[in-house]
Design a protein around this ligand. Sequence first.
Ligand SMILES: NC(=O)c1ccc[n+]([C@@H]2O[C@H](COP(=O)([O-])OP(=O)(O)OC[C@H]3O[C@@H](n4cnc5c(N)ncnc54)[C@H](OP(=O)(O)O)[C@@H]3O)[C@@H](O)[C@H]2O)c1
Length: 241
Amino acid sequence: MSKQRTAVVIGVGAVNGLGAAVAQRAAREGLHVTVAGRTASRLAAVVESIERAGGSAEAVVTDVTREDAVQALFDQVTARGTPELAVYNAGNNTPGRLTEMEADYFEAAWRTGCFGGFLFGREAARRMLPGGGTLIFTGASASLRGRAGFGAFNAAKGGLRLLAQALAKECGPDGLHVAHVVVDGGIDGETLRKRFPSFAEEAGERLIDLNGLADAYWFLHQQPARAWSFELDLRSKSEPW
Ligand SMILES: NC(=O)c1ccc[n+]([C@@H]2O[C@H](COP(=O)([O-])OP(=O)(O)OC[C@H]3O[C@@H](n4cnc5c(N)ncnc54)[C@H](OP(=O)(O)O)[C@@H]3O)[C@@H](O)[C@H]2O)c1
């Protein structure tokens, strides 16, 4: 029996968010997409947006910091077909000064931003090899430099980036294209608009376009095995960097 072409995106929340945009892009290319996150109602809205556009998707409620949940997610995904594209998108900003930070807060930021990436990446590699495919991790400006007031996020994202790089070197020769996307600036989506409305309003055109980001993820997936990027950085034209 020929299996369906599939993708899995974890860290899907708002319809107007990066996880959803990447899932919508893959669905437009004909892949059945499993969208995973912690909130059933938000996932249902993303599935509906994909189906409305003529695509195929399903939702799985998952917490990526739980090993058993990540394994169960991949059991469900691979029952349909080994994914050719897997995207780790969980891990939003966790601001706060290190000197005033509770240990639990730091650990929670690391669990979602980094440890979950290990669980997801390891499971994806185990399921996608020896066939191959593309595994993409979402980074941020925080992946490349530490900043006062953002230490927990920096530690998580910096760790995730090097995890991705190690995995790329470990699994690349066997055919798994592992890549990391540095989203260098605010995204024009629901996260910023809800959490920091006045910043989003003021930033205006400086915010990064969701469709442009989703195109970049798809571009990475399309790269031939003799011309792979490990990393792409994306920012709007007016972002100071
Ligand atoms: N927004 C920005 O301006 C910006 C800028 C630079 C980089 N980024 C990066 O982009 C990614 C997020 O994109 P986005 O901001 O547009 O948000 P998004 O794709 O709309 O949502 C990401 C979703 O991940 C889910 N999630 C969080 N923890 C999870 C967990 N433990 N297990 C499973 N799912 C989990 C959350 O939904 P639930 O709470 O419903 O689970 C969250 O809404 C992050 O990696 C972030 O660091 C964002």
